[in-house]
Ligand binder design. Sequence first.
Ligand SMILES: [Cu+2]
Length: 502
Amino acid sequence: MERRKFIGLASAGAGVALLGGTPVLLTALGGCKKHGTMDMGGVAPKVVEGAFDMALPVPPTMSASAAKLTAQRTTASVFKGKTSSVSGYQSGGILGATLTATKGDTVNAVFQNSLNEVSNVHWHGLLTPANMDGHPKDVAQPGGSLTYSFPVVNRAGTYWYHPHPDLKTAKQAYEGLAGFFLVTDSEEQALNLPSGDYDMPLVIQDKRADSSGNFSYAPDMTDLMNGLLGESVLVNGVHSPFVEVASKTYRLRLLNGSNGRIYNLALSNGETFMLIGSDGGLFAAPIAATSILLAPGERADVLVSFGGQAVGTEVFLESKTFDGGEYQGKQAFNIMKFKVTESSTDNFDVPTVLSDYATLPEAAATKNRSFDVSNGGGHGGHGGHGGNMMTMHNINGDSYDESRIDETITAGATEIWTFDNTEGIDPHPMHLHGALFQVLDRTGGRGQVFPHEKGWKDTVLALPGEKVRVIVAFGQEKGVFVFHCHNLEHEDTGMMLQMEIV
Ligand SMILES: [Cu+2]
């Protein structure tokens, strides 16, 4: 099936590839000779686990009301005994500080671009004015800076930030630029959820490193088509880490910060955990679960109890196999290890009620829009308009064009959006800027809405064969926002459109 897509591409003749984020002219066939075949589906790289003997780092926190983020090339201890060249938002170390805010605060973040290419910051999941959202056209030049200032209107929840420049989002996020943005509010604080050392933000990312431990971004055509999957899975910037825990309840804020890899997260002891929130904050009530299929961009807020576990017990966070199309989900692997090293009384009771918010009725919607995200997959694929790599992926047949507004939306509108991957052959996690939504239903494929998809979300996964309907609550912030596939190779090769809120 992947082959069909490639043939569509090849028939367009010469293409432009995004190699290392730099457009390179090549002929589609010539550029792919190293694979020796026209079948560009490829085999997903096998995950290679480390020894789980490097300690899990927890990023320092920084107040979002006085934040300074300096994107730069630096070094980090990602693999045991090696120093990796990475990007980070501070000198020394990958990733960035965990920004913290209370609903109602004003964000004041100075972004300094010390990279040798344009960059910016997108506040993933946060509702900001259009000119503060990190639109691909709003970038800081190398050596330049941007100041982001906006009120925090979101509910308590696990949000994040990462670069969003046109054609370079995948590269910059892959090289290490990402961080958490945690919002709290009075409703959440009254719940007395596990806090401090018992509240762990965990960003899961996969990399393809060389023998020196460096992972420079150099996607080949298979990567651009499927999303770049790496052999090494990192948590908070470290390969196969471990963390010592007490026999108590922990809040794990799981973020899939990978470019393309989807994880089917579970605990190695098969224990049930409690889902308490997703992308847009807490659920109405906790939901028991034993696994979560988490796609790039998505978050899951969970309570895991190590209560009753004897000192010395080891539990892994693992990814189980799943049916994720032809390229993903074929392998089970461990991601990180929890080691119970302290016996403690776990007197935490999971609250029965978490949050009070409205469920949007379908009848509230005033407009329906449908988006074909199948990229022409099942019908022989045309590789987008123009036939070059930057238009390899599309939505409704259109690839990203900064000069074109694809959808015009009335401020404050409630709309039903359908992401139709019925004919598709690849998974697509679809992400909206400027609005949150609730998932209404999923038909085809897995055929249901999953527990971790309850509540407010900003990213939803449409697997091959699926059609997912969401109800979107647009805000009052007018201006141009993007929406796109959060498989970052798909995004950077065209799978992004623009909407104008008027
Ligand atoms: Cu996609």
